[in-house]
Structure formats: structure tokens, C-alpha cells
Write a protein that binds this ligand. Sequence first.
Ligand code: ADP
Length: 215
Amino acid sequence: MVISIQLSERQERIIDIVKCNQPITSENIAKKLKLTRSTIRPDLAILTMSGILDARPKVGYFYTGKTTLSFISEKIREIKVADRKSVPIVVDEESSIYDAIVTMFLEDVGTIYVTSGGYLSGVVSRKDFLKNAIGGLDLYKTPVGVIMTRMPNIVVTTLGETVLEAANKLIDHEIDSLPVVEEVSIKEGEKAYKVIGRITKTTITRLFVDLGNNE
Ligand code: ADP
């Protein structure tokens, strides 16, 4: 859940007063506003509880430097891949390109994850299909493994990463989706990835809408 902090005009003025006069007592803040201390008590309570102001006994109020925006980014940083991942669409490396295209349409996704022996071996996207459609490959006979982007060049995310970290990877690598993986040891010193979810540009758009609607 995202906490929205909508400050009143008076609370904004209190912040400005504290910024310019810190440390300042509640009595002096009230004086500057030409109000009583009890009138501004609830405002001061909100501002200290939300962390914008810091109250030190016998000294007064300090401005912590936190803005409403820094609260929003703090909240965003708490959202984990585990909270937002969706179901991955996976085909085996031996599936034909034709079957993978049909899966892409039926599942209404833009990227398919490819596995070999149950572990992530590659990724195939719309552009990979288009590129190879021009190349004249036999779509019924050629396995999808021939055209996919292959491990170890796959950019992945994990349950414990933040959605912000995943979004940064999407931007940095100019890709539309990341498989959410769990690392497993298959043999001595040999690791592999199980595909347990996906994070896509749609995940990020939906999160943005939810945050904007305060859900
Ligand atoms: P589209 O083909 O719809 O533009 P992308 O931009 O995601 O989709 O794909 C561009 C290229 O990057 C494709 O060749 C695809 O195989 C590859 N790709 C997609 N996702 C990943 C990923 N997570 N890691 C590495 N390569 C990827």
C-alpha cells in the first residue's frame, strides 16, 4: 500500500518556517503564524510522524530534508518483484518456431521463455520471429532454440529484487521483459535457472497506474 501525503497550506508554511529558523519551538512557530500552539499541534504531529520534521525535546523542530517526493520513491523502492510478477509463458527448446508463434498468439504475450530440461536456456521475442521469417527458415521443422537469444546472455530478475531494479534492467538493455528466476544447483558447481515468473513493461505500466490511483 502507498501512503499518500497531502499537506495542507498551513503545514507547508510550517515546513518553510522551520527550514528558515531551525531549531524552532512550537511556540515560536505559532507566533509566526499568528496562531495558538494548540491550533498547530495536529499539524506538527502529522509533520513529525511523517518524518518531514524532527522534534527534539527542549530544542525544537528541525527540517529533515525529506519531501513528499522522497516518500513516494521510498514507497516505490519497497515494491518487490515477488509482489508484481505474472505467469511466465514457456516452451521447450525443441518446439518448432511455428508452435512457439502459435503459443505467442494464444497466450497474448510478446516474449516467450525457452527451457531445456526444465531450465532457462533462452528468450524469443516478436522481433526474433520477424527477423527469421524473412530468412526463409522452415518454421515447422526448425526448433525455436535456433533463433532465440541464448544463455548466458539472458537478463533475469529474482523475487527479492525491487520492481525498480527490474525496470532499470528493462531500460538499460532495451528489452520488453525479464524472466523471474530461481537459481538451483544441478551438479557440483553447476547452476541453472528455473523460470518462476515474468516482469514486463506492462507490469511497470500497471504499477504506475496503481500508484497514481493510490491503490
Ligand atoms: P521485441 O522483439 O518485441 O522488440 P524485445 O525488445 O524484448 O522485444 O526484444 C529484443 C531482442 O532482445 C530480441 O532479440 C530478444 O530475443 C532479446 N531479449 C528479450 N528479452 C531479453 C532478456 N530478458 N534478456 C536478453 N535478451 C532479451
